[in-house]
Design a protein around this ligand. Structure first.
Ligand code: ZN
Ligand code: ZN
Length: 213
């Protein structure tokens, strides 16, 4: 598995292009906007897009989903059904944050904890990690120990929980009980900002370091 991070939108959201080196088949995780940058990366690496994956449905993560899926005629997979209300409110989110109007869409498949998604010969494990949004999912590639965690956990910080249906204790539990057990040596791509690994965050992140729970 290989990947390339493409920061998109004014929020510099870490849209991630992941692909199978053997088959050159790819997935885009969280196409929040700047469609031209995403399609340019796919062309540059000479990949065949197979899937669009969503961690959650905030506008900076999902804004260009429908347009990207239509351009390549590929399905949208994820997030968890609990984020449907965020997908349904993409138009309002566009207005609120001054984004271009997002084309509405319905995922081909909602994801649940323990599901798997595949492109080429790469399989990602799905973890339901609510708290930032109720339907937030994380994608984990066990072989290379890389996770795309969206807005659950950041380098030195954690996701906001002041949105509708956000919940701080639930988020902390998702990080401590779902993400950290994957291993200290797992590198993660957060929704924004630089990468880190779970061990470093478990020891130093002021929001989740220290006592287990
Ligand atoms: Zn978010
Ligand atoms: Zn975000």
């Amino acid at each position: 598995m290989r990947y390339k991070i493409i920061p998109v939108t004014a929020f510099q959201q870490n849209c991630t292009l992941m692909w199978c080196e053997e088959t050159r088949r790819a997935a885009v995780i969280d196409p929040g906007g700047d469609l031209a940058s995403i399609t340019a990366a796919i062309a540059q690496e000479e990949l065949e897009l197979e899937l669009v994956l969503l961690t959650h449905a905030h506008i900076d993560h999902a804004g260009a989903t429908a347009d990207l899926a239509a351009e390549f005629d590929v399905p949208v997979v994820g997030p968890h059904l609990e984020d449907k209300f965020w997908i349904d409110s993409l138009a309002q989110q566009s207005q609120m944050f001054g984004f271009p109007a997002a084309t509405p869409f319905e995922p081909s498949r909602w994801l649940n904890d323990g599901d798997e998604v595949s492109f080429g010969k790469v399989t990602l494990e799905v973890l339901h990690c609510p708290g930032h949004t109720p339907g937030h999912v994380v994608f984990f590639h066990r072989d290379s120990k890389v996770a795309q965690v969206g807005d659950v956990l950041f380098n030195g910080s954690i996701g906001r929980t002041d949105f509708p249906k956000g919940d701080h204790p639930t988020l902390i539990s998702s990080i401590r009980n779902k993400l950290f057990p994957l291993g200290d040596d797992v590198q993660f791509i957060p929704g924004h900002g630089p990468m880190s690994n779970f061990g470093y965050e478990r020891k130093t992140n002021p929001f989740v370091a220290g006592k287990a729970g």
